[in-house]
Design a protein around this ligand. Structure first.
Ligand code: ZN
Length: 91
């Protein structure tokens, strides 16, 4: 396994955190948000069932760095191809 740190795609800071995962399918979205650490770690899950027009599914990770940047990475499935997109300034 080749392990390497995730760096902030905006400033290159190695102090990054990925705390939010969402999975969107045609009929809705499931979101898991992690906060805190150790015995104070908390996992909140939420979902909606709003149709969003997707044919397949999208998996998204939201991250932030300790210099104050936020971003989201999306992997979207469409007709046998997986598309990657990055949005900056998301929360
Ligand atoms: Zn940054």
């Amino acid at each position: 396994m080749n392990e390497q740190p995730i760096i902030c795609p905006i400033c290159g800071d190695q102090n990054t955190h990925i705390d939010d995962v969402s999975v969107r399918v045609a009929g809705g979205t499931l979101r898991v948000r992690i906060s805190g650490e150790d015995e104070h770690c908390r996992m909140d899950m939420s979902g909606d069932y709003l149709p969003n027009g997707l044919r397949r599914h999208t998996i998204a990770l939201s991250g932030w760095c300790e210099s104050g940047h936020t971003w989201q990475w999306d992997w979207r499935q469409d007709k046998g191809t997986t598309w990657f997109a990055q949005q900056e300034g998301t929360s």
